[in-house]
Design a binder for this molecule. Structure first.
Ligand code: NA7
Length: 538
C-alpha cells in the first residue's frame, strides 16, 4: 500500500482525533494511524478497576465545538474510563473521524526521505508517505513494567494497568498483589480490595493523596456549567495549568494555627486537584508546602487505625505535589480492611517473582494469584522513542535524545524536519489539563501547516532555539519545588537508565501559550521555515 496523504497523524486519543478534525478542516488530506482497534488512546487501554480522570468532567473535554459542549451529558464530577471512552466514540462519530483512520495499525518506524522531501511511515500493515508527520501518541502510553527476575515463571496472571485486558480480570476471592502507589495504584487499590480475597500492596514510595469527593453531577450543576462555558474556557486559557480555577492568594503562613487548619479542612472537604490551589506558593515556598504536607500526614494518621501503617503511608521524602498528586476514593481507609496489607519494598525490596508469588530480599514470601503492576510509564519521551523515528541525516531519535529529550516548545525536534509532536517533552502537557493543552497544540500546529503549505515551505527547529528552550524548561522547573522529588517520572527517574531531565514545561499554560503565539506572530523563527524548491535543488 502506498498512498499519499499530506499529513499522517499517529494516534486516535484526544490529540489524534482533534488533529485529524482540525487538519482536515484546512483542506489537507489526512491519514490517521492507530495501533488499537478503536479510538480513545489512554482511555482505550487503561481499563483497570477504578480508572477515572482526575480532572473534572465539565472541563476534561474538548472546547472547540460549542454544540458538542451542549449536547454531551457527563454523569459524575470526575468521568470514569468507560464514560470518557463513550465521549470519544461520540466525537469520532459526530465529526465523522473514523473514515480517515486506519485502526489496528502500529507504526514500527518512520524516516525522512530527503530527496522526496517526505516522511516514510512503516507500519505492520503497510507504508504511507507524507509531507508532514504529526505525533499524537500521548505522554503516558509506554508501559513501564519493572524488570524483576522470575516474572516469566509466575504461575498466576500478571497485568500492567495501562494494558488492562478488555475482558477484565477476575480477582474475586483471590490473592492479589499491587506494585505501585501512584495515581493509578491509588485508584485501583480500594476497588480491588472490595473483591479480592486478600490484597497486598507493595509500596516503594508513600504518596500524598487528596479525596476526590466524586459524586453524580446533578442536572442543575450540569446546566450551570453549560450556561457558563464561555467564562470557564476563559479561565482555563488564562490559568497556570488549564484548570478553570484560580489559585488562592491566601498566605497560609500568616494565619494562626486554627485558621490554617480550617482552611485546609475546607479544601480537603471540597477535594480534588483544587486542594493545591487553596493557598498560594504551594509549589514554590518550602514552608507553605510543609504546612500542606503536614496537614495531609495528619489526615492519614487520623484515617488509618494502625499507627505504624499510617506512618508507612505518610510521605516524608518529597514535598506535596512535586510528584503528580493523586486524588482518591477511600484510599487510606482501605488499609483498615482486614483483607489488605501494606509491604514497604523500599525497606525490603522485591528480590524475585516465583511461580507462586513475590519473594522479598529478606526472604519473606507473599503468595499471589494475580499481580498488578501499577508501575507507571516511560513518560513523555517513551511513546515517541517507540516510533523508531529517523531524521534528515538518518540519525535516530534515540540517538538525538541520548542525553535526554530536548525539543523546541515540545512541538518539534531539530534534525527532524516537518515532524510535529503534540504534547511532546518540553510542553506543559502532564502539568496541565490535557485536553486544554492538546487543543492549543493542535491549533498552533494547524496554523503552522497552513503557513507552510501557503508559502511552500519546510520547517524544523533550529538547534539554537531548541537549546534555548531546553534551558528555559530547566529554569522553569528550578523556579519551583518540582525537581525536589528525586524519584519522579517528571524527571525520568522511574525508568532505570533514563537520562534525568525535567521533561514537562513548568512555566504555566498561559505563559506557554503566549510564547507560542509570539513565535507564530514573528513568522516561526525558531522553526526556520525554508523554501521547499530551493532545498530540493540544493
Ligand atoms: P506513577 O505515578 O509513575 O506511579 C508508579 C508507581 O509504581 C510508583 O509508586 C512507583 O514508585 C512504583 N514503582 C515503579 N517501579 C517500581 C518497582 N520496580 N518496584 C516497586 N515500585 C515501583 O504511575 P501511575 O500509573 O500511577 O500514574 C501515572 C499518571 O497517570 C498519573 O500521574 C496521572 O497523570 C495519570 P516510586 O514512586 O517510583 O518509588
Amino acid at each position: 500500500m502506498d498512498t499519499a496523504p499530506d499529513v499522517v497523524v499517529i494516534g486516535a486519543g484526544f490529540a489524534g482525533l482533534y488533529a485529524v478534525h482540525r487538519l482536515r478542516g484546512l483542506g489537507l488530506r489526512v491519514q490517521g494511524l492507530e495501533a488499537a482497534d478503536g479510538v480513545g488512546g489512554t482511555w482505550h487501554h487503561n481499563r483497570y478497576p477504578g480508572a477515572r480522570c482526575d480532572s473534572e468532567s465539565y472541563y476534561y473535554c474538548y472546547s472547540f465545538s460549542p454544540e458538542l459542549e451542549q449536547e454531551w451529558h457527563w454523569s459524575e464530577r470526575y468521568p470514569g474510563q468507560t464514560e470518557i471512552l463513550s465521549y470519544l466514540d461520540h466525537v469520532a462519530d459526530r465529526f465523522d473521524l473514523r473514515r480517515d483512520f486506519s485502526f489496528s495499525t502500529r507504526v514500527v518506524a518512520a524516516h525522512r526521505d530527503e530527496d522526496a522531501d517526505r516522511w516514510v511511515v512503516e507500519t505492520d500493515r503497510g507504508r504511507w508517505t507524507c509531507r508532514w508527520l504529526v505525533t499524537a501518541v500521548g505522554c503516558l502510553s509506554s508501559a513501564n513494567v519493572p524488570d524483576i527476575p522470575g516474572l516469566e515463571s509466575f504461575a498466576g496472571r500478571w497485568h500492567h494497568t495501562g494494558q488492562w485486558p478488555h475482558e477484565g480480570v477476575d480477582v474475586a476471592g483471590r490473592r492479589v498483589g499491587v506494585v505501585g502507589t501512584g495515581s493509578t495504584g491509588i485508584q485501583a487499590i480500594p476497588v480491588l480490595a472490595e473483591s479480592a480475597g486478600h490484597l497486598t500492596v507493595f509500596q516503594r514510595t508513600a504518596n500524598f493523596s487528596i479525596p476526590a469527593r466524586n459524586a453524580p453531577l446533578t442536572s442543575e450543576e450540569a446546566a450551570g456549567y453549560k450556561a457558563d462555558y464561555t467564562a470557564i474556557r476563559e479561565l482555563q486559557q488564562g490559568s497556570t495549568n488549564g484548570h478553570p480555577f484560580v489559585v488562592s492568594d491566601v498566605d497560609v503562613l500568616a494565619l494562626p494555627d486554627g485558621e490554617r487548619r480550617d482552611l485546609f479542612e475546607r479544601a480537603w472537604d471540597r477535594g480534588g486537584l483544587r486542594f493545591r490551589a487553596a493557598v498560594r506558593d504551594v509549589l514554590t515556598d518550602t514552608e507553605v508546602n510543609d504546612a500542606a504536607s503536614d496537614f495531609i500526614r495528619t489526615k492519614i494518621h487520623e484515617t488509618v487505625h494502625d499507627a505504624a501503617v499510617a506512618e508507612a503511608l505518610s510521605p516524608r521524602d518529597h514535598p506535596f505535589a512535586t510528584k503528580r498528586p493523586p486524588i482518591d476514593t477511600d484510599y487510606f481507609a482501605t488499609y483498615n480492611r482486614p483483607n489488605v496489607s501494606l509491604v514497604d519494598v523500599r525497606a525490603d525490596p522485591i528480590a524475585e517473582i516465583t511461580p507462586d508469588g513475590v519473594r522479598l530480599a529478606s526472604g519473606a514470601r507473599h503468595p499471589l494469584d494475580v499481580l498488578v503492576f501499577a508501575t507507571g510509564f516511560d513518560a513523555l519521551s517513551g511513546p515517541l522513542l517507540r516510533l523508531g523515528l529517523r531524521g534528515s541525516d538518518g540519525r535516530s531519535l534515540a540517538d538525538a535524545w541520548a542525553e535526554g529529550a530536548t525539543t523546541y516548545l515540545g512541538l518539534g525536534v531539530a534534525g527532524f524536519p516537518n515532524l510535529f509532536t503534540i504534547t511532546g517533552p518540553g510542553s506543559p502537557s502532564v502539568l496541565t489539563n490535557m485536553p486544554t493543552s492538546i487543543e492549543q497544540h493542535v491549533d498552533w500546529i494547524a496554523d503552522l501547516l497552513a503557513h507552510l503549505r501557503d508559502h511552500d515551505l519546510d520547517a524544523e527547529p533550529t538547534r539554537e532555539a531548541q537549546a534555548r528552550w531546553a534551558e528555559h524548561v530547566r529554569e522553569a522547573a528550578d523556579a519551583t519545588l518540582l525537581p525536589r522529588a528525586s524519584s519522579s517520572w517528571y524527571l525520568g527517574a522511574n525508568v532505570p537508565g533514563k537520562p534525568r531531565v525535567f521533561l514537562p514545561y513548568a512555566g504555566g499554560f498561559a505563559r506557554y501559550r503566549e510564547i507560542c503565539d509570539a513565535e507564530a506572530a514573528a513568522g516561526y523563527p525558531g522553526f526556520a521555515p525554508r523554501s521547499r524548491r530551493r532545498r530540493a535543488s540544493a
